[in-house]
Design a protein around this ligand. Sequence first.
Ligand code: PLP
Length: 361
Amino acid sequence: MQPRDLSAHSPYVPGRGSEEVARELGMDPDELTKLSSNENPFGPSPEAVEAVREAAPNVDVYPTTSHADLTEKLAAKWGLVPEQVWVSAGADGSIDYLSRAMLEPGDRVLAPTPGFSYYGMSARYHHGSVAEYELSKDDDFAQTPETVLDAYDGERIVYLTTPHNPTGSAFPLEAVSELAESVEAHTLLVVDEAYGEYAERASAIGLLSDHDNVAVLRTFSKAYGIAGLRIGWAAVPEAWADAYARVNTPFAANEVACRAALAALDDDAHVERTVETARWAREYMYEHLDARTWESAGNFVLAEVGDASAVAEASQREGVIVRDCTSFGLPACIRISCGTEAGTRRAVETLNGVLAEVAKP
Ligand SMILES: *Cc1c(COP(=O)(O)O)cnc(C)c1O
């Protein structure tokens, strides 16, 4: 017995976790500064933590009310009707729902390289295939309609990530709109705004009223600080929003996650502090890191360090975990998440020490 041919499927490579690294180094996880997965350095909102505690005694029943309440709250916040809000287990879950709703076997998606690997993984799970458009380092990873349209060949789904992971570059809203009008009528443009809170620009959700081929991904994993609960959502056009009922995995967005997300939405101060600190940290890294960096609209900065895996490993030995971008196809770059002020300063100091020792290109 064998599974189907999975040779085209590559495993997801996550940023390294504190406990995993601490065990390997024989250190206390609290001594580590983990800046490898773009999580919230302040943790979850205290209100979300309280909601998790309060939800604990009720996990014997399937989530129904909490899911409906979260859907309605998001719809009200974003000026959508509830059907347009597809709540899922992380934004990754929404990527799967869109794959299920859109792809016939053999259909292609178009995704950025370097880029977030789950777009292609999800397409392959759903018997689709993947084409890529390149964001070029020589061009500072600029994202324009032309970068996408030069590679576009009638794909069923086109993914845009803005702010882009791992480069931090942003796609202007007018350009998203231009692209939505340029692609063929059967092409869905998926705008991934996992880092949308950090960007100083309007969300593409505002385009949904004028375009029936644009969907937007949002998540509670980054600015809201509840990545471990796996909760996210997609905003989709009203015209086909009812497809959710046919494609969603029943109860995939769990009770605890829905309750925590509802509470997190009420804690604006936590998100504001998170976003402001990230803005400070980006500037601090541009200014003080002894490496080339790219301007980022997210809660992370890409830096060119020569041998990324050597630099990431050396920095990890000193207790600072950053993301080696080799798996993104950028073997000379690391991605450093924005930490607290202290965490960011420590990371820059440690990396500068490492860079002084490891030969640069
Ligand atoms: C983190 C991330 C996501 C979503 O992650 P979830 O935890 O599944 O919500 C989506 N897209 C990009 C580009 C990301 O970096």
